[in-house]
Design a binder for this molecule. Structure first.
Ligand code: A2P
Length: 263
């Protein structure tokens, strides 16, 4: 490795990838080798990317695998003119990604006060941190009910979430821990499907309360939100209107938010 590249890589890990899967023409997932000694909390993100012209090109990616898993998993959007994803989408088995091994984030249990129900609201690839949270046994020790929601434009974009739910149901250890505590509400906004509409609209017009048994309540409920900037703002406003306070690692609260990776 030449000196310039070596310098650029200081403190970073080079990780071979495997298990690349293209879910739709807009999304794909892959696994990366987990460096020895790399620890993270389920729901956190890390800076990952590729070496481009001798320099690391990094973006914040939620780790989609739970903290106990052997491999790191990532779920990504493909943006044709996106600096990173235009390249990352053609990654092949055995190629290497770069990772700065310093995980951070607020979509973690430490940022939420104890309660009964946990809602994980996502749009598009915003489901990634929750793929980690719903596969962590700790989630079911802390909450009696866990409801994951994902809203996408088209039905095909929900495949990743459905596959994830199947994996949880079929995993010998997880299925015991999860029991019937976990639900997935998957909605579309542009292509017809069984459940339609933005989850924000569901919360406003009562469909959410009907589907889950009660409206959002700071006494009983905690919320994690991941999606676009506009989606975060809308969900945040709804949480605040319900009397919820935003939490952080240093001051746990009722809800936490994080922007899903975009380019
Ligand atoms: P819509 O089709 O009504 O815009 P995108 O692919 O643009 O990131 O959107 C992913 C999903 O998030 C779409 O179903 C989109 O619905 C929905 N969405 C976009 N903006 C918001 C918002 N502000 N609040 C809730 N859902 C949103």
């Amino acid at each position: 490795m030449n000196e310039v590249v070596e310098k650029a890589l200081r403190g970073m890990a080079l990780l071979p990838v495997s298990n690349i899967r293209h879910w739709t023409d807009r999304t794909f997932s892959f696994s990366a080798e987990r460096p020895a000694g790399f620890r993270f909390r389920s729901g956190e993100f890390a800076m990952i990317g590729l070496m481009v012209e001798g320099k690391p090109l990094l973006r914040a990616y939620s780790i989609a695998s739970p903290s106990w898993a052997e491999h790191l998993e990532f779920y990504s959007i493909k943006v044709d003119d996106g600096p990173l994803t235009s390249r990352l989408q053609s990654i092949q088995e055995g190629d290497q990604i770069v990772m700065r091994p310093k995980p951070v984030g607020t979509l973690v249990h430490d940022a939420l006060l104890p309660a009964k129900r946990l809602f994980l609201f996502s749009t598009g690839t915003g489901i990634a941190p929750f793929a980690s949270v719903i596969r962590d046994p700790d989630t079911y020790e802390r909450f009696e009910e866990v409801v994951l929601t994902q809203t996408c434009r088209d039905v095909g974009e929900l495949d990743y979430g459905h596959a994830l739910m199947k994996e949880v149901r079929e995993d010998e250890l997880l299925r015991e821990v999860v029991g019937d505590k976990l639900r997935f509400l998957a909605t579309t906004t542009r292509q017809p499907s069984e459940l339609m509409g933005r989850m924000t609209d569901w919360i406003r017009d009562g469909r959410f309360a009907e589907a889950t048994g009660a409206p959002l309540n700071p006494e009983t409920d905690r919320v994690m939100i991941c999606g676009s900037m506009a989606m975060l703002q809308d969900h945040k406003a709804l949480c605040e209107a319900a009397g919820m306070l935003e939490g952080s690692n240093s001051e746990p609260g009722h809800f936490v938010i994080e922007k899903a990776f975009v380019d």
